[in-house]
Every structure is written in structure tokens, then in C-alpha cells.
Design a protein around this ligand. Structure first.
Ligand SMILES: [Zn+2]
Length: 419
């Protein structure tokens, strides 16, 4: 028997066949995993598979978790007594061993294992960069087929761990991240492999929620505040859902961590909607031209999980959260501060999170004695390059308007090339 069921957040219906689905009644409500064991437990297994609140049964791969530690450097700099950092990246001296340098590795590990256990033969993944790297790596490690679709504008910042990766990668030459999602859905129809489902995939949210599992395991309680940069918001929703499980458990606190979520200005659709108290995003905030002005392309989706039932709007409402807008200059300053005080390089999205923390402390939204969890979603890329060779991605190019026939020809060509 499975140790979990999947339930609609809105109407409470438990669904049987629920791989990447919405509730059949509610349409606009996220399904959530309900673990039959409401007590948080850790087995003796290595890495992340020791947690009981993951939607997998028998993973065979080894997956290291986040490094969670109590900060001295940045904490001292900001005058915080209890700053805990979840570092997701490569920093072997400290015990951080994610070679893809991103927390998306947890998402990929849990999604691929969950898909395999659901009888899925392969997946189509759309990404703005870091998700592609994580899925390409774990596809290679676990032998589970994936096809990856990325926007051309993100290629300059993309790299893979494996050389001449056997993972087919298609770059959308004439579109952005959101166009890549549209193309990925069409490829899913042609190949018969499902689209990984974005925020709808419970394995994706629970996988990203590993950061909260590791943090509570280390800290012994829920933090008062949770700080993260958001693009789709899936990671923040995952953290919120895990926090709810800890509250039901009852041993780790009775208050949801307050969410402090940041976007990179001028592309900040969730910030602007939240400031106006709106569940709907405004079309003028989703203008693709704005994306050209931000330094954090991984935060550039025009389809964030904000309005959906159980999405970012509801998470912020339930947890008493706030949204922050961060200018490029402040992103770079955040990266510099972290390197100077903690001693490791960050990716720009993590610079957004550091800037949010600084802003929240400055305006008194976070108190000196509060327990804070700062989610550093990616870092250590410069550190990794001292130890390992990384590889630029050599994709096949595809148009956002590609026909089914063109898609078939491209994938066929790709198969020939790799065999
Ligand atoms: Zn429902």
C-alpha cells in the first residue's frame, strides 16, 4: 500500500489516477500529497531518501540533500541571532555536494523517481536553465529518458555536467521560457511522453520542499521566516506545504513561517499583483520585453503559479507573507555580500534572496532574534569549476511555431546523432 494519497486542496476529494492532474471537479485547484503518517520521520537511508514525506517508494539512486547551517558571517553582518542558511549547491568543504549547483536537483530526483513508479516511460521538461541541468544530469545518472526544451536566450548561462549529453535538448530560437513550455506540451503530444506538469506535479513541489524537511531536521523547529527568490513560485509553495505538514505533526511549532519572496525588477508580476491585493496577475506586468532587463533569467516565467488555488497568492495569505522587488544592482550586491561574509559564490537568483533578507531586516519585518531560513537556491558554480569540467549545451534549434512533423524530424535526427 502506498504511504500517501493525493487530495484536492479545495474540495477534499482523494484522487486515484493523479499524475500531474488538476482536480476533476475544481479545475483550478492544486492537488496536494497527504502522507498517511502525520509524524515526520527520518530513516537511516542516505541523503534525501531518509525523509518519510516524499512521494516515492524505492529509490535506488543516491541523492545528497541541502546543506543547512547556522550562519555566523552574514548573520553578524545583518545583526541576526538565528539565521539559518539552506545552501543548495557545490561547496564540498562545508558538505554541500550538489554538482548541478541548484535546488532543482531535488525536484528532478523526486519527479523522475515518482514518474518511474507511476509507469511513465519518459518526460518532457521545459526550463529556463537550472531545471534543465538538473534533469539532464539525473536522466543520465538514473537512465530515465527526458527531452529538454529551453529558450535560446537562456543558453548563454547554461551548462551541463556531462559532455555530449545523451539527453535531447531543444532550444526555442524565437521565444522565451513561456514559449518553451508551450513547445514542450506539443512535443509531449508527439512523443507520448507526458509534460512534467509544472506546478501541478506534486512530486515537483514535494521535492523542492526537501529544503524545509532538511531545515526542520537540523533546527528542530519551524523557522519564523522563510526567504526565497521566486520565478514560478513552485519552491515557495513546496516550502509552505511542508510547513503545514509540520504544524499537523505538532512537535515543531504551531505557526507557519512568514514568507518573504523576491522578484528581480523590472519583471515582477507577482509583486505588483500582491501589492494591489489581487489574485489575478496584470497583463502589463507580463510583457516579454521586461525580461530582457533582468539579470536572473531563471526567474523569467510568464506563467507563475500565483492565481491557482493553493498557489503563491494563497501561500502568502495563509502565512502572512510579503513580496519584494529587487533591482539588478541589489542582486549583485547580495551576491558580493554573501561571498564576503560566508565565503562562497552565488547564482544571481540567490543574490535576489540575500537582497530580500537585507531589505526585510532594514524595514523591521524580520526581528533580530527571529529564526530565519534563507533558501540559497543555487551557488558554488565558480567553486565547482575548480574541481570539474563543465560543458556548454549543444541543442537542436526549434521554432515556437514548429509543426508536429518538424518536431518528429528533429527528435529523430537527435536520436540518430546520439546512437
Ligand atoms: Zn477539487
Amino acid at each position: 500500500m502506498s504511504h500517501y494519497s493525493i487530495k484536492c486542496r479545495k474540495c477534499g476529494k482523494v484522487l486515484e489516477d493523479s499524475f500531474c492532474a488538476f482536480c476533476e471537479h475544481c479545475k483550478d485547484a492544486l492537488l496536494v500529497t497527504e502522507y498517511h503518517d502525520s509524524r515526520f520521520m527520518e530513516s537511516g537511508a542516505a541523503g534525501v531518501w531518509r525523509f518519510n514525506w516524499l512521494p516515492v517508494h524505492g529509490p535506488s539512486s543516491v541523492q545528497p540533500g541541502p546543506l543547512v547551517y547556522r550562519s555566523q558571517g552574514l548573520a553578524g553582518h545583518l545583526g541576526l541571532e538565528q539565521l539559518f542558511i539552506a545552501f543548495n549547491g557545490y561547496w564540498p568543504e562545508k558538505g554541500a555536494l550538489l554538482e548541478t549547483c541548484t535546488f532543482k536537483e531535488f525536484e528532478a530526483a523526486v519527479v523522475l523517481q515518482n514518474a518511474r513508479e507511476n509507469g511513465v516511460a519518459g518526460l518532457i521538461v521545459a526550463s529556463a536553465g537550472n531545471t534543465a541541468r538538473a534533469f539532464a544530469h539525473l536522466s543520465t545518472v538514473t537512465g530515465f529518458p527526458v527531452v529538454i526544451v529551453v529558450p535560446r536566450m537562456c543558453l548563454s548561462e547554461m551548462w551541463y555536467l556531462e559532455s555530449s549529453s545523451p539527453v535531447p535538448t531543444l532550444a526555442v530560437g524565437d521565444g522565451d521560457y513561456s514559449d518553451s513550455i508551450d513547445v514542450a506540451k506539443r512535443i509531449a503530444l508527439v512523443t507520448g511522453f507526458p509534460f512534467e506538469g509544472g506546478v501541478k506535479n506534486i512530486a515537483k513541489r514535494d521535492g523542492l520542499g526537501i529544503v524545509m524537511l532538511e531545515a526542520v531536521s537540523k533546527i528542530g523547529k519551524l523557522p519564523d521566516h522563510y526567504v526565497q527568490a521566486v520565478g514560478s513560485g513552485t519552491g515557495a509553495i513546496g516550502a509552505w506545504e511542508m510547513a503545514e505538514r509540520f504544524i499537523r505533526d505538532g512537535r515543531f511549532g504551531d505557526r507557519l513561517p512568514k514568507l518573504h519572496l523576491g522578484q528581480n525588477l523590472p519583471f515582477a508580476p507577482m509583486l505588483h499583483a500582491w501589492e494591489k491585493g489581487s489574485r489575478s496577475l496584470f497583463p502589463e506586468d507580463l510583457n516579454p520585453e521586461l525580461i530582457g532587463h533582468i539579470t536572473t533569467r531563471v526567474l523569467s516565467t510568464r506563467y507563475p503559479a500565483y492565481s491557482v488555488q493553493g498557489g503563491v497568492f494563497d501561500a502568502l495569505t495563509a502565512a502572512g507573507g510579503e513580496m519584494y522587488g529587487v533591482e539588478n544592482e541589489a542582486v549583485y550586491a547580495g551576491m558580493k555580500d554573501f561571498l564576503a561574509t560566508e565565503g562562497i559564490d552565488l547564482v544571481p537568483a540567490s543574490g535576489v534572496a540575500v537582497a530580500v533578507l537585507k531589505d526585510a531586516v532594514r524595514k523591521g519585518a524580520i526581528g533580530k532574534n527571529d529564526a530565519v531560513l534563507l533558501n540559497i537556491t543555487g551557488g558554488g558554480e565558480a567553486r565547482l569549476r575548480k574541481d570539474k569540467q563543465t560543458h556548454t549545451v549543444m541543442p537542436q534549434f526549434i521554432s515556437k511555431n514548429a509543426t508536429e512533423k518538424e518536431i518528429e524530424e528533429l527528435l529523430c535526427h537527435d536520436k540518430k546523432k546520439s546512437s
